[in-house]
Design a protein. Structure first.
Ligand SMILES: *[C@@H]1O[C@H](CO)[C@@H](O)[C@H](O)[C@H]1NC(C)=O
Ligand SMILES: *[C@@H]1O[C@H](CO)[C@@H](O)[C@H](O)[C@H]1NC(C)=O
Length: 496
C-alpha cells in the first residue's frame, strides 16, 4: 500500500495553504528577534547578562513553537480533493498533504487502467459467437465485428478505452497505461455476449463453447493479477450487463464495481446502488427525429415483446389479457428479430405511450427504446432500478404505475386517456433533453455518463479498502447492512 502512486506524491506542486501561512509567521519571528536585542545593547546595565539569557531562552521557545506550527500538517481545506493521505503512514514525513490540490483547484480526473485481457475473454468470444452460427475461424480475431444486441455496452466501453487518449479529451476519466498510476482497474470481459454464444441451441451442440468455463477461467486469471489481489477487488470495475452474465462467479467478483442492468438476479450482499452502477441497455430501434406532438401518434399505448416471461414477467401475460381488446392500444407478441424491431420502431414512433412491463427481471431494453422514440414510457415494474437517477428525474417524462393497479381492468387506459396533449408534449421535451444519456454512440452520451458514475464511487472504494484491512472474518447469520449488505464482516486474512 505504501508504494501506491509514488509519482503523484513527489511530483505535485506545493499546497495552496503553504504560501499564505509562511510569510505571516516569518514576519512575526523577525520582529521578536530584533527588538529585544537592540534595547539590550543600548542599556548595558548590570542586568545585561541575565536579560540576555532570558531573552535567548524566550526566543528559543518561540522559535520551537513556530517550528512545530510550520510542520504540523493542516487538514486539507478542499473537500473535493483527492485523498490518498488518509493513511497515517504517508504522514510520517510530517509534510503538508501536498498532492491533493492542483494549481487550478480543479478536481483531478479519475485514472483508469484497462487490463489487457487474453482474447478468449474479449474478441475470442465474438469468434465463438460467429462459429456457433456457422461462421469460419479467422486468423486475426481483433478484426471481428461485435454482433449487435441489447447488451452491447461492453463493446462500447471497451472501444472507448482502446482509443488513443488524444481522442478521449471530453471523457470524465483518464486512461492510464501504467497500472501504478491508476485509481481504478477495468475488466473488459464480454460477459453478456458470452452468455448468448449458444443461446437457443441445445446443450452440447455447436462449437462446444462454454460460458461457465469462460467465467471460471476469468476468475482464475483475475486471482493471479496483482491489482486484483492488492485491494481484494474493491478498486476493480467489471461489466455484467445482462442480468444473467457472470452468474456463476458473481460471488467471487462482487467486491468490484459491477456495471449491471438491474439487481434482479443479485442478492443483497452482491449488488447495491451504493457500490454498483446501473447501465442502460443499448437501444435497438431507430431514434425518432421528428417534431414534438401527438398528431402523428394515433395509438394511445403500444407494446411489442415477448408475452410469456418467467418470474416477475408473468404480469405481461395478464396485461395482454386486459389490454388486447382496447381499440387504441396496440399490444403484440414478438421476439427479437430484425423484422420485429422495424415493426416496434414504427409502433413506438406512432404512439403516445409505450408500455414497459417487467421482463424476467425488473429491467427491459424497451424503456430505452421508448425514450429515443419520444414515446412516454409507462413503467409497470415495481422494483425497477433506473440508470443515472442522480441526475435524471424519470417522473419528468415517465408514468409509473404500480403493478396491482395496472392489473385492474380499464384502469391503465382510462388513466392515460386523461393525460392532455400539452402534458404529453412536455414529457416529450423532457425526453429529448436526456436522450443522449441512452445513446452509446453519442460523443457525450452513455459511455461518458457511465464513467462519470464510476468515478463517483472512488471515495467509497477507498473507504471499503481501508475498512477491509482491519475487519475480522466472521460469518454472520444476519446480513450486516452498515454500508453494503453482507453476511460476512470481513475478509479471510486481516494480515496483509
Ligand atoms: C458532457 O455532459 C456532461 C453532463 O452529462 C456535461 O457536464 C459536460 O459539460 C458535457 N461535455 C460536453 C463537452 O458537452
Ligand atoms: C450469505 O447469505 C446467502 C443467502 O442470502 C447465502 O447463500 C450465502 O451462503 C451466505 N454466505 C455466507 C458466507 O454465509
Amino acid at each position: 500500500m505504501k508504494t501506491r502512486k509514488p509519482s503523484a506524491r513527489s511530483s505535485s506542486p506545493s499546497s495552496s495553504s503553504s504560501p499564505s501561512v509562511s510569510p505571516h509567521y516569518a514576519t512575526t519571528l523577525t520582529q521578536q528577534q530584533t527588538l529585544p536585542l537592540f534595547s539590550n545593547m543600548v542599556r548595558k546595565s548590570s542586568l545585561f547578562k541575565q536579560t540576555l539569557i532570558a531573552t535567548l531562552v524566550f526566543l528559543l521557545a518561540i522559535y520551537a513553537l513556530f517550528t512545530i506550527f510550520f510542520h504540523t500538517p493542516l487538514p486539507p481545506s478542499d473537500p473535493s480533493s483527492d485523498d490518498d493521505d488518509v493513511e497515517i503512514s504517508s504522514r510520517d514525513n510530517l509534510n503538508f498533504p501536498l498532492k491533493q490540490i492542483d494549481g487550478s483547484g480543479i478536481a483531478k480526473k479519475v485514472k483508469v487502467f484497462m487490463y489487457d485481457l487474453p482474447h478468449k475473454f474479449t474478441y475470442g468470444i465474438i469468434q465463438q459467437h460467429g462459429l456457433a452460427r456457422g461462421g469460419s475461424p479467422v486468423a486475426d480475431v481483433t478484426s471481428l465485428k461485435y454482433p449487435g444486441h441489447q447488451h452491447m455496452h461492453e463493446w462500447f466501453l471497451f472501444s472507448d478505452l482502446v482509443r488513443p487518449e488524444s481522442d478521449r479529451l471530453g471523457s470524465p476519466i483518464v486512461k492510464v497505461t501504467d497500472p501504478e498510476e491508476a485509481d481504478l482497474f477495468y475488466i473488459p470481459v464480454f460477459s453478456s455476449l458470452s452468455l448468448i454464444v449458444n443461446a437457443g441451441r441445445p446443450p452440447g451442440s455447436g462449437s462446444g463453447y462454454s460460458d461457465e468455463q469462460m467465467q471460471e477461467e476469468l476468475v482464475e486469471w483475475l486471482k493471479r493479477q496483482e491489482y486484483w489481489k492488492r485491494n481484494n477487488g474493491w478498486d476493480n470495475v467489471i461489466i455484467a450487463g445482462d442480468p444473467n452474465a457472470l452468474y456463476r462467479v458473481v460471488d467471487r467478483v462482487k467486491n468490484a464495481v459491477l456495471l449491471v442492468a438491474d439487481f434482479g438476479r443479485l442478492r443483497q450482499d452482491q449488488g447495491s446502488l451504493v457500490k454498483d452502477v446501473i447501465i442502460p441497455y443499448s437501444h435497438r430501434i431507430s431514434a425518432y427525429t421528428g417534431d414534438f406532438g401527438v398528431k402523428e401518434r394515433k395509438t394511445l399505448l403500444f407494446f411489442m415483446g415477448n408475452r410469456y416471461r418467467k418470474e416477475g414477467g408473468k404480469i405481461r401475460d395478464l396485461l395482454f389479457q386486459i389490454l388486447e381488446n382496447d381499440e387504441d392500444v396496440v399490444i403484440k407478441h414478438g421476439t427479437q428479430s430484425r423484422e420485429n424491431r422495424r415493426a416496434a420502431s414504427h409502433g413506438m414512433h406512432t404512439s403516445k405511450f409505450c408500455l414497459n412491463p417487467a421482463g424476467d427481471t425488473p429491467s427491459a431494453c424497451r424503456l430505452f427504446d421508448s425514450i429515443v422514440s419520444l414515446c412516454v414510457p409507462v413503467i409497470v415494474s415495481d422494483s425497477i432500478e433506473l440508470p443515472f437517477e442522480d441526475i435524471i428525474d424519470y417522473k419528468k417524462f415517465s408514468v409509473f404505475v404500480e403493478t396491482a393497479a395496472a392489473l385492474k381492468p380499464g384502469y391503465l387506459v382510462s388513466l392515460l386517456r386523461k393525460v392532455p396533449a400539452e402534458k404529453i408534449i412536455e414529457y416529450q421535451k423532457a425526453m429529448k433533453e436526456v436522450k443522449r444519456y441512452y445513446d452509446y454512440t453519442h460523443p457525450n452520451g452513455t459511455v461518458n455518463e457511465i464513467w462519470r458514475q464510476v468515478s463517483q464511487k472512488l471515495a467509497l472504494i477507498k473507504l471499503m479498502i481501508n475498512r477491509d484491512k482491519r475487519l475480522v472474518k466472521k460469518d454472520l447469520s444476519e446480513p450486516n447492512c452498515c454500508c453494503l449488505c453482507s453476511n460476512q464482516t470481513g475478509i479471510i486474512s486481516s494480515l496483509r
